[in-house]
Design a binder for this molecule. Structure first.
Ligand code: FAD
Length: 259
């Protein structure tokens, strides 16, 4: 079972601020983490490998420091990793990101399952997994909360829906996006941590994956961020104090004023 896992290094969103002049995220000095859902995707890949054999190849598109995120996945047990990093990839929207990842997947070649997180905690669009599947012409299942069984040519999974769950059998090769319910990511072992330190992580540029320059980075992006801003803070909030009866009376008076 050969598995490719797509991970994204994201700023620890608890610490992210917006620059009001440039309308961009202030990333400097903000610690980076692996997107939490992608940790579940890595774990899902590793547990499939533990049960059925094969290999786990992790890829990310990002700046040079995303190498650290890839090493963390090797420390968890991934076999290989590669970093897609090129100035030409900068400014990519989800369409250009998915296209770039698709070209890396084609370069890697043989695979049974591609795993992604259900969404990134910074961009939050949940588009990259489905777009990647579409570009590669693969069946896809989003919001997977359980990997139930691998059969000869299919995989049976549980998909989380708004009002319940559905058990679905998907043809392989396929792409799955996973939720946090799917597993608990393992702690890196000492042996794999040593391997991760020494691992050769290739950096692939646009030319290495035969990417069409018109489909990558800002040029290949179909969407544009016009503005990014923090919602204005409300200043008209009051915390009522006193005993319950007093607070209820005051609350009702306040609500009546606003009707
Ligand atoms: C016009 C425009 C310009 C932008 N410019 C930049 C920019 O210069 N720099 C920048 O950092 N962002 C930029 N972005 C944001 C960028 O588009 C998104 O970060 C990226 O496409 C992923 O979307 P998302 O975060 O919503 O991921 P989602 O679609 O929510 O992620 C779902 C899953 O897809 C996979 N995935 C997502 N991104 C990657 C990745 N890079 N590598 C591997 N797997 C991945 C992961 O498994 C993840 O869990 C720009 C967006 C737009 C619209």
């Amino acid at each position: 079972m050969n598995i490719i896992v797509c991970i994204k290094q994201v700023p620890d969103t608890g610490s992210v601020k917006i620059d009001p002049t440039t309308n961009t995220l202030i990333r400097s000095g903000v610690p980076s983490i692996i997107n939490p859902f992608d940790m579940n995707a890595v774990e899902a890949g590793l547990s499939l490998k533990d049960t059925y054999g094969g290999s786990v190849h992790v890829i990310t598109m990002g700046p040079p420091q995303a190498d650290e995120a890839l090493r963390n996945t090797i420390a968890m047990g991934a076999d290989n990793a590669c970093l897609l990093s090129d100035r030409a990839f900068a400014g990519a929207d989800t369409l250009a990101t998915s296209y770039t990842l698709s070209m890396a997947v084609k370069k890697i070649g043989d695979f049974d399952i591609i795993l992604c997180g259900k969404q990134a905690i910074d961009g939050d669009t949940a588009q990259v997994g489905p777009e990647l599947a579409e570009i590669l012409g693969l069946p896809q299942m989003t919001n997977v909360s359980k990997l139930i069984e691998v059969k000869e040519t299919t995989i049976v999974v549980e998909q989380e829906l708004e009002d319940g769950c559905e058990i679905v059998e998907v043809e392989r090769p396929c792409l799955l996006t996973v939720t946090k319910q799917v597993n608990n990511p393992r702690i890196p072992s000492l042996k794999n941590s040593m391997r991760a330190k020494k691992a050769e992580i290739p950096v692939w540029k646009a030319a290495d994956i035969n990417a069409d320059e018109a489909r990558i980075g800002l040029k290949g992006s179909a969407t544009q961020v016009v503005k990014i801003f923090e919602p204005p803070k409300r200043t008209d909030r009051r915390i009522l104090q006193g005993d319950v009866e007093e607070m209820v009376t005051e609350l009702v008076t306040e609500l009546r004023k606003r009707l």
